[in-house]
Design a protein around this ligand. Structure first.
Ligand SMILES: Cc1cc2nc3c(=O)[nH]c(=O)nc-3n(C[C@H](O)[C@H](O)[C@H](O)COP(=O)(O)O)c2cc1C
Length: 147
């Protein structure tokens, strides 16, 4: 069984920050007291297609631990396969993006658009959780992300 990463007021997390929370930034934050870090958001579809940008987003090292991978996507099957692949690669913890309001993401039904479709949101969440045992999410519902 995979134990969850520490969650307490004394063990702060580095939130996912697209464009910022890359490996050097995460290591710097860990030096300054970050207990758990989350990657930049990673496209589940891009991961399955083997996009080179996705490999960069997943760059890590032993000191970069515990590390949560944030995925985004709106297709349960794709999310399940992506999580399974990442588990095989040794990643242990996952976060499903349900808050990104960037149109490029919401127009695919992912990010902040995901919670607007409750059935799809639940199937995405359970598909991403299945290979991992669990998956966390923080959600924001922006009315302009409504499909
Ligand atoms: C530049 C930037 C990039 C962000 N990227 C992501 C992201 O990729 N995924 C995500 O879930 N949240 C993302 N967020 C939201 C942050 O993780 C965080 O929830 C938000 O900034 C609120 O933080 P606060 O509670 O400390 O004010 C981003 C925020 C900023 C400012």
């Amino acid at each position: 069984m995979v134990h969850p990463p520490p969650i307490s007021a004394l063990q702060p997390w580095l939130a996912p920050l697209a464009g910022y929370s890359n490996l050097p930034f995460r290591l710097l934050c860990r030096e300054h007291g970050c207990a758990v870090a989350v990657t930049e958001m990673v496209s589940a579809k891009g991961l399955l297609l083997g996009s080179s940008g996705t490999a960069d987003l997943l760059a890590t090292c032993p000191e970069d631990h515990p590390l949560v991978v944030q995925l985004f996507g709106a297709e349960p099957e794709v999310l399940g396969k992506a999580t399974a692949r990442l588990r095989q690669q040794g990643f242990l913890w996952f976060d499903l993006n349900a808050g990104c309001a960037v149109p490029k993401v919401t127009k695919t039904g992912a990010g902040a658009a995901l919670p607007w479709t409750q059935s799809s949101s639940l199937s995405c969440f359970s598909a991403a959780s299945a290979p991992a045992g669990s998956c966390i999410t923080r959600q924001a519902t922006y009315s302009d992300a409504r499909p």
